[in-house]
Design a protein around this ligand. Structure first.
Ligand code: GLU
Length: 495
């Protein structure tokens, strides 16, 4: 622990996830704000793993958090997997450090052992509720006689350790929310070590923040109530206290807190990765959950975020998670990719579906991507929009059939005739390229007084099963003559 004041020009921030589940949007935002703050101030970003809740922490979750953060590009300078000057960065490996501080608290009289059983605690809580007390524990173990303690030990009771909360108000200066003064009557003697000997979050967090020389604790407002407790513990230990910045909640469109419990995997970062959201879009989106530069700008590159991000532009009220905006940003970033990069990006989605393998012609794939153009909101969208290029095993979309092939027998007969003629024309043309195909089709429609759109749509459905998609002539040329004739024949038979 350093006794010297924290040098303000060396920002050290941390994200401290508990590995009890996937990384969610709120966690990603905490990571991003810390990371941006560190980058903006040329400081250090630390990834600490808060895994003292051994029953709920899993290695699988820890690996998933690492991988989600890496996917987002939020690499850390010190952390659980890479170490650093203040390691270890995994709390379950720091027990001996906490023990030293626990002893210090007990010896200085700032903490005491509590022998109350769960049943007794329940009784105390009930009585406190009846008396409308703001504390649910009455501090009865503060002054136990040696005789009483020995009696408890003979009974086999396993004590917890509680911190003695101070009688004076606690002031919390928050860089986002401003200053609050906490009435000590609302704070009770918090358990800092469980009866199984595991220290709890409020103790380990503030000890590590001091040991790791954290200058700013940037985290969600769900921790607001923990902050005065952590300050009290730091004061009792004579530790440096970091500056605090609590970021308001992320809300759903009804104004409720976005949570794992109520929103399931809608909040899981990996879900977006799997669906083909780009990390740049995710970062841009998450940055705007609570932070703004001015009222206008929505699109920020990572470099721009680093340059512009600071805590003074983080709002005091909750921000709403708007999936439409995320889709909009995602399509913006997908459209920024050149055709080759976009082809690389959609490749895993085609491969997963078994549509493409290493033998598939790369040039052809790039042309497909080019034909799709700016129609992707996610990379996964490539599947419904291009599946028919790889297989003719598709159904004709019923609504499209009704509208463009016709509901009546008479209309169907007419469509059948048009498709048959078009098939013949495409069979006969000398070169099967865009200009020749297009000119031949228009010549046929114009000479026979057939509406261009009607012929196009009829053919589109025959080739793709759909009524929308890339330019028809692009599709025709990309499918190639044999495939086009085969599909037209299939539709003629169908009709
Ligand atoms: N382990 C805590 C959490 O995941 C960390 C909170 C903090 O940043 O202090 O919420």
């Amino acid at each position: 622990m350093s006794e010297t004041p924290i040098p303000y020009n060396q920002v050290r921030v941390r994200m401290a996830p508990s590995p009890t589940g996937f990384l969610h949007i709120g966690g990603a935002r905490t990571a991003l704000f810390n990371w941006l703050f560190a980058k903006h101030h040329e400081g250090t970003f630390i990834l600490r793993i808060d895994d003292t809740d051994t029953a709920r922490s899993t290695d699988e979750s820890m690996q998933e958090i690492y991988s989600a953060l890496k996917w987002l590009g939020l690499e850390w300078d010190e952390g659980g997997d890479i170490g650093g000057p203040y390691g270890p960065y995994v709390q379950s490996e720091r027990k001996s450090i906490y023990e030293k501080y626990i002893t210090q608290l007990l010896e200085s009289g700032n903490a005491y052992r509590c022998y109350c059983t769960p049943d007794e605690l329940e009784e105390i809580r009930t009585a406190a509720r009846a008396a409308k007390s703001t504390r649910s524990y009455d501090g009865r173990c503060r002054e136990l006689t040696q005789e009483k303690i020995e009696g408890f030990l003979v009974d086999g009771r396993k004590p917890t350790v509680r911190i003695k909360m101070p009688d004076a108000p606690i002031r919390v200066d928050d860089l986002i929310l401003g200053t609050r003064t906490i009435d000590p009557a609302t704070l009770e003697d918090e358990v800092i070590v469980r009866s199984n000997g595991m220290p709890n979050y409020n103790l380990t967090s503030i000890i590590d923040d001091a040991e790791m020389q954290i200058t700013h604790v940037i985290r969600g407002t769900e921790h607001l109530n923990n902050t005065p407790k952590q300050i009290a513990i730091a004061n009792a230990l004579g530790l440096n206290i970091p500056q605090f910045a609590h970021i308001p909640l992320v809300l759903d469109d009804t104004g409720s807190k976005l949570s794992k419990r109520h929103h399931g995997d809608l909040v899981a970062v990996n879900r977006y990765r799997e669906q083909g959201y780009l990390p740049e879009a995710m970062l841009n989106f998450v940055a705007r959950l609570g932070w703004s530069y001015d009222d206008k700008q929505e699109i920020f590159s990572v470099d721009e975020l680093i340059e512009k991000f600071d805590l003074d532009r983080v709002g005091k009220s909750g921000s709403v998670f708007d999936i439409k905006k995320l889709e909009w940003l995602n399509s913006h970033y997908i459209n920024q990719l050149d055709v080759s990069a976009r082809t690389d990006a959609v490749m895993p989605f085609w491969e997963q579906e078994g549509l493409v393998d290493s033998d598939t012609n790369r040039d052809w794939l790039e042309k497909i991507v080019e034909a799709v153009g700016e129609r992707l909101t996610t990379l996964q969208n490539i599947l419904p929009q291009t599946r028919y290029f790889f297989t003719d095993d598709f159904e004709y979309e019923p609504k499209a059939v009704k509208k463009w092939w016709g509901g009546s027998d008479e209309k169907k007969q007419k469509t059948r005739e048009i498709l048959t003629n078009l098939g013949q024309i495409l069979e006969d043309i000398s070169t099967f390229d865009l200009e020749t195909v297009e000119a031949a089709v228009w010549k046929y429609t114009d000479e026979n007084d057939i509406k261009r759109v009607a012929a196009m749509q009829a053919m589109r459905i025959a080739l793709t099963g759909l009524s929308f998609g890339p330019s028809l002539f692009d599709i025709v040329v990309l499918l190639g003559r044999d495939e086009v004739l085969k599909r037209i024949q299939r539709s003629v038979t169908y009709l």
